[in-house]
Design a protein around this ligand. Structure first.
Ligand SMILES: Nc1nc2c(ncn2[C@@H]2O[C@H](COP(=O)(O)OP(=O)(O)OP(=O)(O)O)[C@@H](O)[C@H]2O)c(=O)[nH]1
Ligand SMILES: [Zn+2]
Length: 302
């Protein structure tokens, strides 16, 4: 049996990059019939690690699906190891709330590494080193780059090494331009992504992994900032890593950290250990999820 990674899935075919005797080879596979009953959530999807058996004609049969470390749902991609949240220093302006929504989504998705990439640094007049230093203090690496002026691109390339990376972020921040700088062939391969997004959210999309060095880049928008509705409200504080040390110290349990007395989170904000910007984002997202739950409950009664 050979081990490999599903690069794309199309109809009932799975394209598996497998370790061959003379290096990696792409094998077109079908699923073993009995396999369909034991499969994991969402079935076999791009990014999944699998074991395959080869048939005499060179094609393969997926016999086994190995455990996953993460699963993005729409479109389904398994084992993403890193998300590069891409924003622009200007045009469009970087809104803290939007950045924080993306950070919460990335935490919720269980992707192990979250990197913030600020593009268009050529458009930012102030001191770029100040930019997002509060977020670096939380532990999120921040890359400051310019696709236009070809700055910081080498650091971005290094950060992709050995990872399965998805780029996410608002429209127009320069994701395609950055991919083009990293490697011209990547932009060509991902060129169709924006078009598909523009066709609307109901379009069924399938993801594909693109080889880049010893890693992969996934050609999906990752997730959109709209998707917060599926999040469990009591889990929200845990998606703010700098909140975690205080979470067991509130007087009330559970504590929403919005109105309760003797709230350790609110005290940490007052003491300057949690920034007001992050706390405000928390409250904003908290209220949005609560509102959505109310609407959902009303619909249930009808
Ligand atoms: N000044 C400046 N402009 C940039 C930079 N990078 C990209 N742009 C411009 O920003 C605009 C949007 O860039 P795209 O690469 O299409 O952005 P995108 O994030 O892929 O956008 P979507 O396809 O809508 O998701 C284009 O007009 C680019 O020329 C940069 O570093 N500096
Ligand atoms: Zn509290």
């Amino acid at each position: 049996m050979q081990e490999g990674r599903v690069i794309k899935a199309y109809n009932s075919f799975f394209y598996v990059l497998a370790a061959g005797q003379d290096g990696p080879e792409m094998v077109t596979c079908k699923l073993r019939g009995k396999f369909k009953k034991t499969r994991r959530s969402a079935g076999v999807v791009p990014g999944d690690l699998v074991r395959i058996n080869r048939l005499p004609d060179g094609s393969g049969v997926v016999e086994e699906q190995l455990p996953r470390t993460s699963l993005l749902k729409r479109p389904a991609v398994a084992n993403i190891s890193q998300v590069v949240l891409t924003f622009a220093a200007a045009q469009p302006d970087l809104h803290p709330l939007l950045l924080n929504r993306f950070l919460v989504l990335a935490e919720w998705s269980g992707i192990p590494k979250i990197v913030i990439c600020v593009n268009k640094k050529d458009l930012y007049a102030g001191d770029i080193s100040d930019f997002l230093k509060d977020y670096e203090a939380i532990g999120y690496p921040v890359l400051r780059v310019s696709a236009e002026e070809n700055e910081g691109i080498e650091a971005l390339r290094q950060c992709l090494s050995g990872e399965v990376t998805v780029f996410a972020g608002p429209s127009g921040v320069g994701k395609s331009s950055l991919l083009n700088r990293i490697d011209e062939s990547l932009a060509l391969q991902t060129g169709h992504v924006s078009e598909k997004i523009k066709r609307g959210r109901h379009t069924t999309r399938v993801a594909e992994l693109l080889s880049y060095g010893d890693g992969f880049i996934v050609d999906t928008p990752g997730f959109s900032a709209m998707e917060l509705t599926e999040l469990e409200i009591q889990e929200l504080p845990g998606y703010f890593p700098e909140f975690r040390p205080y979470l067991s110290a509130c007087r009330f349990a559970p504590c929403s950290h919005t109105h309760e007395p003797d709230c350790a989170i609110k005290q940490a904000v007052e003491a300057g250990c949690i920034t007001k910007e992050r706390y405000d984002a928390y409250v904003n997202i908290y209220e949005e999820i609560k509102e959505n739950q109310k609407i959902a409950r009303k619909k249930e009664y009808k």
